[in-house]
Design a protein around this ligand. Structure first.
Ligand code: ADP
Ligand code: MG
Length: 272
């Protein structure tokens, strides 16, 4: 019998983050371990994308306090690249288009950097493309250029599966994709959370304001984020309460929803 693969833990403690001089996250505590699915739900402008940006190290996000560690290592002192190599992965709300760079090249580079380069990469990519329902021709095309919303998210999910990070943050994986693509992506992520001989199971922090992703990707815990604070936590039943009563049920701080244009949607956009 082989020893079980070691577990990983992402620990966010008392995290306070300002953007453009304004405090957006006001003390976030959240722990994600291998094999777990945690959902962060909240209205537009609550700070969901700010949370993913701060954890991944996007420039322009000032850490006012608190800590983020991955297996005890200080994530906040790492560069974006070091965070990725350490095992953190972000699936962006709006994947970046990269003209002139093909997905298979990106994956070869990324795997080499992780000491997992090899000649079988083409076969691995083809198998994953088949599994996620992405035409294999797209593997050789420029990354995300002229792809439909569904193709972009299948593509992002394929990268997640091939890279095999320890903890993944999915920022609105469900935005801009049809029901079939949503199901394919959610089922692939769900499969990645299952432990096997080599992996303790992917830990997932899924950010969404809709219920539909959660019916496919069963969260263990739901955290409700309103105005930079987690105002409620519980099991999957919380999503049903949200569906019925909206966010107002969780906080008397909720007033009218913030305009969606105010949110951070592109992780690589310059800070406003
Ligand atoms: P969500 O993802 O929950 O919709 P965001 O994290 O994108 O929310 O945004 C939270 C708040 O931070 C909003 O009020 C938004 O206007 C503000 N914000 C986000 N990014 C910036 C930025 N780069 N500059 C100034 N304010 C920002
Ligand atoms: Mg957002």
């Amino acid at each position: 019998m082989t020893a079980p693969a070691p577990q990983s833990v992402l620990e966010i403690k008392g995290l306070r983050v300002a953007v453009g001089g304004k405090e957006i996250l006001r003390g976030i505590d959240l722990t994600v371990a291998s094999g777990q699915v945690h959902a962060v739900m909240g209205p537009n402008g609550a700070g969901k994308s700010t949370l993913s940006a701060a954890v991944m190290g996007k420039p322009g996000y000032d850490i006012l306090g608190g800590s983020v560690t991955l297996d005890g290592a200080d994530v906040l002192s790492m560069s974006v690249w070091e965070r990725a190599v350490a095992g953190l992965h972000l699936v962006m709300q709006y994947p970046t288009e990269v003209p002139g760079v093909a997905l298979d090249d990106v994956m070869s580079e990324a795997l080499s950097a992780r000491g997992r380069g090899g000649s079988d990469i083409d076969a691995v990519l083809a198998a994953e493309a088949e599994r996620i329902g992405l035409p294999t021709a797209l593997l050789h095309r420029a990354l995300n250029v002229d792809l439909s919303g569904g193709e972009k998210k299948r593509n992002e999910t394929l990268q997640l599966a091939v890279l095999g990070p320890r903890i993944a943050i999915l920022d609105e994986l469900d935005s801009g994709l049809d029901v079939d693509a949503l199901r394919a992506c959610a089922q692939r992520v769900e499969a990645l959370t299952q432990p096997d001989d080599v992996s303790p199971g992917l830990g997932v922090l899924v950010i969404t304001h809709y219920n539909r992703l959660l019916t496919e990707l069963h969260p263990d815990t739901i955290h409700i984020l309103v105005k930079g604070r987690i105002v409620a936590e519980g099991g999957p039943e919380l999503a049903d309460v949200l569906e019925a009563d909206g966010y107002a049920a969780f906080s008397d701080e909720v007033d009218e929803p913030a305009p969606s244009a105010g949110g951070l949607d592109d992780l690589f956009a310059p800070p406003r």
